[in-house]
Design a protein around this ligand. Structure first.
Ligand SMILES: NC(=O)C1=CN([C@@H]2O[C@H](COP(=O)(O)OP(=O)(O)OC[C@H]3O[C@@H](n4cnc5c(N)ncnc54)[C@H](OP(=O)(O)O)[C@@H]3O)[C@@H](O)[C@H]2O)C=CC1
Ligand SMILES: O=C(O)[C@@H]1CCC=N1
Length: 263
């Protein structure tokens, strides 16, 4: 793809909008001078050469591709006519049809990145409306390849499910890490030792998974095979309902995504 798209990011001052902008500029998917970002409260001092505005219609008029990265509850009051342009949403819950209707375009892509876009390690599922073109798909792939790994999926139901599994996903290892930290501190470890120990376990596991790309089930089985400390821990966690608790949490996120689209 040539580096000539004019990209606008509504909510570019936010966590995810800023992460996508950073990834797109650093990989050359967009040149800083072709990037427009909007803010609401305070104008950030980021992305030298890019154009910052608090006028979302001006952003739309300057851009060929418009990413919507405001919180779902801020979207109903967003005034922006995209006039047939490619609109890419990263918002949880909001449906393709609603986005197209509100912003006057039939070229819409619904995506669901995650917070790891900040370190170019997001997993981003996406789905395009019927009128999105092959070129639109190429642009979406380029933007989200810059943020990590992307997959086009078959249905919006898949997006609703993945909103929990991978959109919220980084929160779950963080939740586990937090529980491990609390246990370590309750045991009596110094907090900075506990934090370094737990964070290193998480980043090390991520690297191992990336390197080996084996099924998590195989990894768990390999550990169980030692019949030692890890098996003692895993079997106790499972008897206490570990797998069921994860499934219930993911089901709650799936239902919340569907409910947010109906609100
Ligand atoms: N963070 C995450 O891990 C993920 C987020 N998402 C989705 O991404 C979207 C953005 O989330 P996130 O970046 O975390 O949220 P943030 O709150 O960090 O960013 C949203 C930004 O949008 C700005 N904003 C709100 N309304 C307007 C407006 N009318 N014009 C211009 N800017 C506006 C906010 O400004 P102000 O500072 O004034 O509030 C804020 O800077 C959400 O819809 C969320 O569902 C999806 C997957 C993962
Ligand atoms: O929690 C949320 O609603 C957003 C979407 C996925 C991650 N954060």
């Amino acid at each position: 793809m040539s580096a000539t798209i004019k990209l606008g990011i509504v909510g570019g001052a936010g966590w995810l909008g800023g992460a996508i902008a950073g990834a797109a500029v650093s990989t050359g998917v967009v040149r800083a001078e072709d990037l427009t970002l909007s803010y609401r409260s305070a104008k950030p001092d980021r992305f030298p050469g890019a154009f910052w505005t608090d006028d979302n219609q001006a952003l739309a008029d300057r851009s060929d591709v418009i990413i919507l990265s405001v919180r779902p509850q801020d979207w109903p009051s967003l005034e922006l006519d995209a006039k047939g342009k490619l609109v890419v949403s990263v918002m949880a819950g909001i449906r393709l049809g609603e986005i197209g209707e509100k912003h006057d375009t039939r070229r819409v892509v619904r995506t669901l990145p995650n917070a790891a876009a900040e370190v170019a390690k997001s997993y981003t599922p996406w789905i395009a409306s019927g009128d999105a073109t092959a070129d639109d798909r190429t642009i979406v792939r380029a933007i989200f390849d810059a943020c990590g790994v992307e997959d086009e999926v078959a249905t919006e139901r898949d997006i609703d499910y993945l909103t929990g599994l991978t959109g919220s996903g980084p929160a779950f290892p963080a939740l586990l890490a937090n529980a491990m930290m609390r246990d370590a501190i309750a045991f009596g470890l110094a907090p900075d030792v506990a934090r370094r120990a737990v964070n290193t376990v998480l980043t090390g596991t991520g690297r191992l998974l990336e390197l080996k790309d084996t099924s998590p089930a195989d990894t768990v089985e390999a550990f169980l095979g030692y019949r030692g400390t890890t098996a003692a821990a895993i079997e106790t966690m499972r008897e206490s309902g570990f797998d069921e608790t994860v499934a219930e949490g993911l089901a709650a996120a799936f239902l919340k995504s569907i409910a947010m689209g109906k609100a």
